[in-house]
Design a protein around this ligand. Structure first.
Ligand SMILES: NC(=O)c1ccc[n+]([C@@H]2O[C@H](COP(=O)([O-])OP(=O)(O)OC[C@H]3O[C@@H](n4cnc5c(N)ncnc54)[C@H](O)[C@@H]3O)[C@@H](O)[C@H]2O)c1
Length: 337
């Protein structure tokens, strides 16, 4: 049985703790740490049977019975904790993004290079049943050579403005998943980015210097073109679709909803809205990514999302921001670590 320590008991830390407890039979959550540990979280941890609850993650790193850690704390803490965890010889699952600071990602890569620990990044959408089906149709050759990729990603509502101000901007906070999706669906790297962005959802987002609406076009190493469209607010719910068009056909997925029932009456034809947000839409993918991390440790195999997969979307996000600021296409190689 693999012993796992969870660092950060916020939204995503709790999702992972529950996934491991209920869905990953080869692992157990042996400890969880959060500096703002409160009574409600302690009770929740007790209800899951987590034996050790700490306010300092270093207690987890010092525990020699812990094999692996999941870093689920605020983004600005990921890289430093990851470096300490690798040095403590713990396998690391790190939530996205590894860091918004490229020099910090480089520092993690340097420490990782001299170690034998596994390091996986939390790009969970790769393990969504729909997107896996798209990727398979691409990699097994069904749709031929990839020519065009389209990703639509719209949130059901904008986050609080306090969050927007510290988020690092929409590209690093939200679009980062879509940049990863373009790489994943095409099995190719992005080499050039041209971003257009504006603020149409909330004036406060514009005042905070950010955008809430974007269209980003990309050139890929395999010659294909990709486009992402983003909005912070889709009135009908979480809109998560993708299409890949190739020389032999196309593959497309639409949204998941509570049911596929379509009601037809004299007043019209209606179906259910998409599942509300990422916790509803992607819950199964969170279990699967952690399960595969555990398998990679047990079987000593490659993790499915490695540190380069964590780095590339940050580079693309930086290129997109530069493109937006300078109103021109930006090559990825212009972004220096
Ligand atoms: N893969 C995804 O779809 C997904 C979804 C949500 C969040 N995330 C990522 O997960 C991370 C956490 O997001 P969240 O929504 O759970 O945020 P959150 O604010 O709900 O939780 C973060 C928690 O980390 C704790 N924390 C801060 N510093 C810490 C430290 N030094 N040690 C231990 N805990 C510490 C905070 O007290 C808080 O409880 C972010 O990096 C975010 O980008 C990923």
């Amino acid at each position: 049985m693999l012993n796992i320590g969870i660092i950060g008991a916020g939204r995503i830390g709790k999702v992972h703790a529950e996934s491991i407890t209920y869905h990953v039979k080869e692992a157990q959550v042996a400890a969880i740490a959060d500096p703002y540990m409160n009574e409600a979280t302690k009770e929740w941890a007790q209800s899951l049977g987590i034996p050790n609850v700490y306010t300092d993650y270093k207690d987890i790193l010092m525990d020699s019975s812990i094999d692996a850690v999941l870093i689920c704390s605020s983004t600005d803490t990921h890289a430093d904790i990851a470096i300490e965890a690798i040095k403590a010889n713990k396998h690391v699952f790190c939530e996205k993004p590894i860091s918004q600071d490229l020099s910090k990602i480089k520092a993690v890569m340097d420490v990782l290079a001299g170690s034998k620990v596994k390091f996986q990044v939390g790009f969970n959408r790769r393990f969504d049943h729909n997107f896996e089906a798209v990727r398979n149709a691409v990699t097994d050759g069904t749709i031929g050579d990839v020519h065009i990729v389209k990703v639509t990603s719209r949130d059901p509502d904008a986050p609080p403005i306090e969050y927007v101000k510290v988020s690092g901007g929409m590209f690093l906070d939200m679009t980062i998943h879509d940049f990863d999706m373009v790489r994943y669906l095409t099995a190719s790297d992005v080499i050039e980015v041209y971003a257009n962005g504006t603020s149409l959802v909330n004036r406060a987002i514009k005042d905070a210097g950010d955008i809430d609406t974007a269209i980003i076009t990309m050139k890929l190493a395999n010659g294909a073109l990709a486009v992402i469209d983003n909005s912070r607010k889709a009135d009908y719910g979480y809109d998560q679709r993708a299409e890949v068009f190739g020389s032999k056909g196309q593959v497309a997925v639409t949204n998941d909803s509570g049911s596929t029932a379509v009601i037809s009456t004299a007043s019209g034809v209606t179906g259910e809205k998409p599942l509300y947000f990422f916790l509803e839409r992607y819950m199964a993918s969170f279990s699967k990514e952690v399960s595969l991390f555990v398998q990679a440790i047990i079987n000593d195999t490659e993790v499915p999302v490695n540190i380069n997969d964590g780095l590339q979307p940050v580079l693309i996000a930086k290129a997109a921001k530069k493109s937006l600021d300078e109103n021109r296409p930006v090559l990825l190689k212009e972004i220096v670590m």
